[in-house]
Every structure is written in C-alpha cells, then in structure tokens.
Design a binder for this molecule. Structure first.
Ligand code: DQA
Length: 147
C-alpha cells in the first residue's frame, strides 16, 4: 500500500533549524528513515515537504481521491489552517498527525491543533521516532481493515 508522508512549512530546514528542539537529522535523513520503515512494514512510502499551504492542500486532495493513508506533520499550519483541516476532513483512509517535538510542552499557541479533530490519532514528542510510530499505526490500521 502507498502511504503519503507529508511535511509542512520549515521542515525542509531540519538539521539546521533549532536543533535543540528538532534534532540534528535532516529532511533527507527523515525521508530515508520513513522509506526504510515502510520497507519493513510492506508500505510504499512517498515523503514530501512544502512551505506552501496550497500545495499541501492539493496533496491532501490527491490522497482523498486515491484513498491513500497519510502521515502528516502540518508544522505551524497545525495551529491555524482551517483550509488544511477542511481538506483533511474529505479523506476516508487513516490520517496520523505527527510532531517531532511535544507541542503541549511548548508555547501556548502550539497547544491548539485544528487538525487533531479530523485525524485518526496523533503522535507527538518522540523526535524522528514519531514518524516510525505513525507508520506502524498505519500498518496496524490497514491490517485491521484492508482496503
Ligand atoms: C512541529 C511543531 C509545530 O508547533 C511547529 O510549528 C513545527 C514543527 C513538530 O514537528 O514538532 O514546525 O510540527
């Protein structure tokens, strides 16, 4: 099964961006980790990143049309993008919201996720491992109710 791993704004700068919060691994490292995890779980993982809200919403429409599961780190869009939320509400396949950091332990504005209410579930605070756990969750969900 194909799975989209979608990453929002500023995540292309992983490795140099606030390493004390997000760690030293780059987006390329993250993509390799996700693909390796996918191979182990028999998932074909397509990792993408954009700083552009419109592009991210188009990818979500693609996933909705093709009924593809999504692992999504919406980054800052998490906290305010109703457009992204409404796009995500159209899909039927599993959606796992992921965060590298634990937003609940950070600034007040990060405590709200407008995405969480339309997600199957959320995994946050485990660094890059959040993505591994999210892909495991997708694999489990697909095993429970294959499409
Ligand atoms: C993040 C947390 C968000 O609050 C932040 O805007 C990000 C990254 C995370 O993965 O920890 O860009 O989604």
């Amino acid at each position: 099964t194909r799975v989209l791993v979608l990453n929002g704004p500023n995540l292309g700068r992983l490795g140099s961006r606030e390493p004390e919060v997000y760690g030293a691994a780059t987006l390329d490292d993250l993509a390799a980790l996700c693909r390796d995890t996918g191979r182990r779980l028999d998932l074909s993982v397509d990792v993408r990143q954009t700083d552009d809200e419109a592009e991210l919403i188009r990818w979500v429409h693609e996933a909705a049309d093709e009924r593809l599961p999504i692992v999504l780190n919406p980054a800052a869009f998490t906290h305010y993008s109703y457009g992204l939320r409404d796009a995500l509400a159209q899909r039927t396949a599993p959606l796992v919201e992921v965060h590298i950091s634990n937003p609940a332990a950070r600034e007040e504005f990060r405590h709200t996720s407008v995405v969480a209410g339309v997600a199957t579930g959320t995994i946050a605070g485990f660094g890059m491992m959040s993505y591994v756990l999210a892909l495991q969750a997708v694999a489990e969900l697909l095993a429970e109710s294959p499409r």
